[in-house]
Design a protein around this ligand. Structure first.
Ligand SMILES: *Cc1c(COP(=O)(O)O)cnc(C)c1O
Length: 389
């Protein structure tokens, strides 16, 4: 075992992929803003020939992200959606893919409006119970794609149990791990074949770039994903890769602080009588609290309940009052950043989902999703208290 592989998460996040540049010794790695590379002779390059295929800055980021995930490989994309699209494009006409029912809205839109047309058969199911997944696996099922926790209801999927079922049926399991980041949950360690993240969220963490990544330990899958990226071209820019590489250095600090803030806020919100419902996996009242405690673990083994929570304030008047008074939390899509954000899933992230489906799942017009940042806890609580009064 190499010395590096024994390093802790924070050490890896700062050093892997960040070796000082050979020529000048710059501690911060250079950004290779280049589309192409001078070749020493026909067929003789120095490791890179064209930036769609590979680029030194992207290679550094891929090395870094693989280390954080504990995986053999990482492949980076221009957005989370480019990553999920590449993942689903591994499959062919008439292949069947099972997906968590309240998955990210963009995943639903892409699957139903793009790849369905090309003949891939998607089915949306409740993935809270692994036995339900088992029942739905058919002869032509090739992939189970789950999110845990889901947006905005924070439904969980027992990844380890699901992985066992998928293995026994010879079906691949992929996990959209965007909400937890590799700091809070590492799906490959508990049996998944592929982990996906939108690096737009916690990995970069400052709401300034778009990116996505797929990680795997499987040689063949890696080769096919690498080929797909070269063939279809959804690559991230060297600059965005560099920003992400710099940002993961503080992922452990940022994620832990945001999760601590969220747990304290959720515990306090749950005591307020003017809130209908507080949904957070760290609360004992969450129906799958035990699963969160089992699988949402920091690299040190401590439970991390995540930085997302949802509250239902009961009616739209209370919601509008809340939005009018709230100051630190800003109304915007996205999550996982240093600043706290608020969103109304019914009209924003889930606008494309049919009304009856939303209501059946509990996504009401007064459901408020909070992405907790790393501001001072007391300021966040005061801001929420004022907005809810
Ligand atoms: C944001 C998000 C995505 C899509 O990522 P983009 O970078 O916006 O393309 C996918 N899954 C989840 C859970 C997300 O939150």
């Amino acid at each position: 075992m190499s010395k590096k592989s024994k390093w802790g998460f924070a050490t890896k996040s700062i050093h892997i992929g960040n070796k000082a540049n050979k020529e000048h010794g710059s501690i911060a790695p250079p950004i290779h803003l280049t589309s192409t590379f001078k070749q020493d002779g026909v067929g003789q390059n120095r490791g890179h020939d064209y930036s769609r295929v590979s680029n030194p800055t992207r290679s550094r980021l891929e090395e870094n992200l693989a280390a954080l995930e504990g995986s053999n490989y990482a492949v980076c994309y221009s957005s989370g959606m480019a990553a999920t699209t590449a993942l689903f494009q591994l499959f062919d006409k008439d292949d069947h893919i099972l997906v968590s029912r309240n998955t990210y809205g963009g995943t639903y839109r892409m699957a139903m409006n793009v790849l369905s047309r090309q003949g891939i058969d998607f089915e949306w199911i409740d993935t809270r119970d692994p036995q339900n997944i088992k029942k739905r696996i058919k002869e032509n099922t090739k992939l189970v794609h789950v999110e845990s926790p889901t947006n905005p209801l924070l439904e969980l999927c027992d990844i380890e149990e699901t992985a066992k079922i998928c293995k026994s049926k010879n079906v691949l399991l992929s996990v959209d791990n965007t909400f937890m980041s590799p700091y809070g949950q590492r799906p490959l360690e508990i049996g998944a074949d592929i982990a996906m993240q939108s690096s737009t969220k916690s990995l970069s963490g400052h709401s300034d770039i778009l990116g996505g990544v797929l990680t795997t330990n499987n040689d063949e899958l890696h080769e096919r994903l690498q080929f797909m990226l070269k063939a279809t071209g959804g690559v991230p820019s060297p600059f965005d890769n560099w920003i992400t590489l710099r940002s993961t250095k503080t992922l452990a600090l940022r994620y832990q602080k945001a999760s601590d803030n969220a747990l304290e806020l959720a515990s306090w919100l749950a005591t307020l009588t003017n809130i209908h419902k507080t949904i957070y996996p760290g609360l004992k009242s969450h129906p799958q609290h035990d699963i969160a405690t089992k699988q949402q673990l920091s690299p040190n083994g401590d439970v991390v309940y995540g930085a997302m929570l949802s509250i239902d304030v009961g009616n739209i008047n209370a919601r509008d009052e809340f939005l009018k008074k709230i100051e630190i939390f800003q109304l915007a899509e996205s999550l996982g950043s240093v600043e706290s954000l608020v969103c109304i899933p019914y009209f924003m992230t889930h606008a494309a989902v049919p009304e009856s489906t939303k209501l059946e799942m509990g996504i009401t017009e007064s459901l408020i999703r909070l992405s907790i940042g790393i501001e001072d806890f007391s300021d966040l609580r005061t801001d929420l208290a004022d907005a809810l009064s």
